[in-house]
Design a protein around this ligand. Structure first.
Ligand code: PTJ
Length: 260
């Protein structure tokens, strides 16, 4: 194990990288997951490694969607399992959702390892092993889902999803919540709620919003969902990457305003 001093300026990023490495060693994360992590890190660096106000709003809209859903499902792949296993289980409990392992590069070994890993982190039931449902329009291996999981879901959270699958799920009429640091990715663009934020920050924040909204009326939740603007959220993220993110004065002003 490596020790990363918390005082290191890039502590979070090094911790994330270390978790992915460990995930590969444990047979949870694919080697392609290392490449995906590198891509994500580059975008996070440009975003200033913080949750921007537009991402926070998307996280609140995601919580409202999940609370309103009849059959919400949280999809877990090899990167998600390595980075936020306990946090996904907590979110599932907060919004009463199922957890389903759903892999881009599907192998039985990795499926089992991820399901075990989620159980070690408190999951009671893990879906994805039955694989008795299909997403229309995808080739055999990539189409597999549980018929009573993602197959029957009305709202699905698909973090770090491949673009083809995100589009195919959208075409099935499901409300998709995507977490992806790249605001230009097809997955983010296919989503009803694109969350441009690091999954390490996004998932705990969706849970915090869900807890905050647990007593909200249906009308209030529906209002949050209706007022959310997906194109606006993507544009704000792109704007933050292009010019705003490294402006510390602006960030400080925002923090001060929040404190007041
Ligand atoms: O475990 P599997 O087989 O299901 O495979 C999972 C990966 C992620 C390897 C697979 O789905 C894949 O290849 O995804 P892509 O096409 O590389 O897309 C991953 C997206 O997630 C990219 O747009 C990255 O910017 C983004 N990303 C990477 N790390 C993070 C992230 N977004 C949020 N938080 C992160 N930590």
């Amino acid at each position: 194990d490596i020790e990363i001093p918390e005082s290191h300026p890039r502590y979070q990023s090094l911790l994330t990288r270390h978790r992915i490495e460990e995930g590969v060693e444990k047979g949870i994360t694919s080697r392609q997951g290392l490449i995906a992590e590198g891509r994500g890190e580059a975008f996070d660096y440009l975003l200033g490694e913080r949750t921007h106000p537009a991402a926070d709003e998307a996280e609140r809209a995601a919580a409202a969607h999940l609370l309103l859903a009849e059959r919400p499902v949280l999809s877990v792949n090899g990167n998600v399992a390595a980075l936020v296993p306990g946090e996904m289980v907590e979110l599932a409990a907060a919004v009463d959702a199922d957890v389903e392992v759903n892999l881009f590069n599907r192998t039985e070994e990795r499926l089992e390892a991820i399901a075990d890993h989620l159980r070690d982190h408190g999951a009671e039931e893990v879906k994805g092993l039955a694989a008795d449902g299909r997403i229309p329009g995808l080739d055999h291996e990539r189409a597999k889902v549980d018929a009573d999981g993602i197959g029957a879901a009305d709202v699905v959270l698909v973090p770090l999803e491949d673009g083809d699958r995100a589009e195919a799920l959208g075409a099935m009429g499901k409300t998709e919540i995507v977490i992806d640091l790249n605001p230009l990715s097809r997955s983010a663009r296919a989503a009803a709620v694109p969350i441009v934020d690091n999954i390490m920050r996004a998932v705990p924040n969706i849970t915090a919003h869900a807890r905050d909204l647990s007593d909200a009326s249906r009308e209030e939740l529906e209002r949050i969902v209706a007022e959310f603007d997906a194109d606006g959220a993507l544009a704000a993220a792109e704007e933050a990457i292009r010019c705003g993110s490294l402006d510390d004065a602006e960030a400080d002003a925002e923090t001060e305003a929040d404190a007041e």
